[in-house]
Write a protein that binds this ligand. Sequence first.
Ligand SMILES: NC(=O)c1ccc[n+]([C@@H]2O[C@H](COP(=O)([O-])OP(=O)(O)OC[C@H]3O[C@@H](n4cnc5c(N)ncnc54)[C@H](O)[C@@H]3O)[C@@H](O)[C@H]2O)c1
Length: 311
Amino acid sequence: MKVLVTGGAGFIGSYVAAAHLRAGHHVVVVDDLSSGREENIPEGATFERIDITSDALDALMDRERFDIVNHHAAHMELRVSVERPLHDAEVNLLGSLRLLEASRRNAVQHVVLASTGGAIYGEQDYYPADESHPVRPMSPYAISKRSMELYADYYRSVHGLSSTVLRYTNVYGPRQNPYGEAGVIAIFLNKWLTGEVPVVNGDGTQTRDYVHAEDVAHANMLAATHRLQGIYNCSTGIETSLNDLIAMLQADLGSVRQLSHGPAKLGELPRSSATAARLQAATGWTPAYALRDGIRQTTAWFVDRLTSNET
Ligand SMILES: NC(=O)c1ccc[n+]([C@@H]2O[C@H](COP(=O)([O-])OP(=O)(O)OC[C@H]3O[C@@H](n4cnc5c(N)ncnc54)[C@H](O)[C@@H]3O)[C@@H](O)[C@H]2O)c1
């Protein structure tokens, strides 16, 4: 099985690439290294430094004739998408469309696309959200992701291109980029371990649904093997407040660390969670990581990395 993983030098894509390699697949990683790192790419994968918005992607896909395409390349800074909506649309919308079109042209067997729960559901009517919850994309990033989902529907119904969209909630784990705006676990650990003081926006009661990257990679594998069609949440359905998260991180670091408090961020969701019941019913997927264990493992990874002089 020949698999293309876009964004495979990034956080989640590197877990997905590793899962495909473990399954014995031939894996090609495409990434422009705009936020990813070459060292994240698992051993055994072939690396092509390509921008998904360029003709080089078409050339690669026409030449390699992949069986499975897994799409994780994106710019995922919500605030940057507000400042640079055209750039967001170029990568997240047009890049995804280019990939879908090349998949159709090359008769790819199945495509898995990474989408987002939190940003697409917006302020929820009920908790946890299922896939039929109304969508309220309120940023260029969320609009691009939602448009990508609609294009995937179009390619399925009009061209018969088999595809799964996975809507993640808040993914965490070792290798997460701590310099972005998302990924509070990575951001807080990185700041504490490099002598900075992280900021809690608001009173810390805001909740999120944290799912481990390894569980997300497993969901990607199941989506491809079961040839799931349409949209599936990939989440735990469990809400954890920022205050509770901070308490776990501090317990694992072994000391109370400094925090500063700022005003609540305009537009920040007070709560967010999604149910993966549909994915579980279709594939038997359940998250293997309890948050407590995942945080312990992630903390240990950041401590190890930041105290062994690597950057
Ligand atoms: N991390 C989360 O909590 C989360 C939640 C919901 C959805 N997602 C989605 O999952 C995917 C992966 O997110 P992540 O957290 O691993 O982010 P990441 O930034 O670590 O990975 C994205 C990768 O895409 C690459 N990339 C960006 N633009 C590119 C381009 N034009 N051409 C080629 N490569 C390009 C980057 O270099 C990076 O390696 C994204 O599509 C994101 O929207 C992530």
